[in-house]
Design a binder for this molecule. Structure first.
Ligand SMILES: O=C(O)CCC(=O)C(=O)O
Ligand SMILES: [Fe+2]
Length: 311
């Protein structure tokens, strides 16, 4: 595993796309990913197989969407009925760290549990993001490969975490950070998105400008540089919970921006019915369960409702 030259962030190469995964390749990637997941919970992923052209097209589509008048964007407003797919306007999402809101506009596409309220199809919310929907499918595939590497590293066997992955609620987020967004909504903090841990298995992120920071193993904030040919992967709450803290969730935040910034974040998530708690192989008398079970369907939805209202 190489270390990113500027930042000390681990660099993991997947076997070359198209070449297939030999058992040896898979074991090497699993060991490198596992080492990064135990240390800070983040790494750059190279040879990920997601075309640079597709990422560029998604950035462009995202730019176009956020240029629309608010009346247009609001047609896709996220709500409890949309399972929080869709648009979150500036100031809509409350901060978990201060009395204000997150200083960005956001959009989510992804899977729904059955039909949405008002019988709207989940596809309605993907309509402004044709390339985004295509990227989503590639990310699901990539996410499955990364999770399979984690399962191998953890020695969870062939069934792995499959029982938690029925009808998975994966999400693709498209965020827009504008200059002065924080002041516009009355924030006085020097970050645009508050420090938090994602409610996901892991998140795979691309950014067109710097801004993302992760908390390093020594507790310092580390700037994550945008990378041309790598995606940035960081662990969410669920792998930390399943492994009883052997893998560490990565706290992260976004600095105030000096220019327009876009981020694309794909969150690999379990099925709606999954309840995530420490797996028995990571718990014993000397190492009791450190985390309560978390219902990734209902508890997650009520957490989102507390941040976004019901819509
Ligand atoms: O925009 C970013 O870089 C990070 C966004 C984020 O942390 C999130 O949406 O959970
Ligand atoms: Fe996040």
């Amino acid at each position: 595993m190489a270390e990113g030259k500027r930042s000390g962030i681990p660099d993991v190469c997947l076997p070359n796309p198209g070449a297939g995964w030999t058992a040896e390749d898979k074991a090497r990637a699993a060991a490198e990913i596992g080492a990064a997941c135990r240390r800070g919970g983040y790494f750059f992923l190279r040879h990920h197989g997601v075309a640079a052209d597709l990422l560029s097209a998604v950035y462009e589509e995202t730019r176009q969407f956020y240029r629309l008048p608010v009346t247009e964007k609001s047609k896709y407003n996220a709500s409890e009925q949309s399972q929080f797919l869709g648009y979150r306007g500036l100031g809509r999402e409350k901060s978990t760290a201060h009395a204000g809101a997150e200083a960005c506009e956001q959009y989510r596409i992804g899977n729904a549990e059955g039909a949405l309220g008002m019988r709207i199809a989940a596809d309605f919310y993907s309509a402004p993001f044709v390339n985004g929907a295509c990227l989503f499918r590639y990310m699901v595939d990539l996410g499955d490969r990364v999770l399979s590497a984690c399962v191998d590293d953890l020695g969870l066997g062939t069934a792995g975490l499959d029982s938690s992955m029925n009808s998975p609620m994966h999400r693709l987020g498209l965020n827009y950070y504008g200059v002065g967004h924080g002041e516009k909504i009355g924030n006085t903090v020097d970050y645009a998105m508050s420090p938090h841990v994602d409610l996901s298995i892991f998140t795979i992120l691309a950014q067109n400008e710097p801004g993302l920071e992760v908390r390093g193993p020594e507790g310092d904030w580390i700037c994550v540089p945008p990378a041309q040919d790598a995606l940035f992967v960081f662990l969410g709450d669920y792998l930390q919970r399943w492994t009883n803290g052997l893998y560490v969730a990565s706290a992260h935040r976004v600095r105030q921006v000096r220019g327009e910034r876009l981020s694309i974040q794909y969150k690999h998530r379990p099925g709606h019915d999954a309840v995530v708690s420490p797996l028995s192989r990571f718990v014993d008398e000397g190492n009791p369960a450190r985390y309560e079970p978390f219902d990734t369907g209902r508890q997650y939805a009520s957490f989102l409702k507390s941040l976004l209202g019901s819509g």
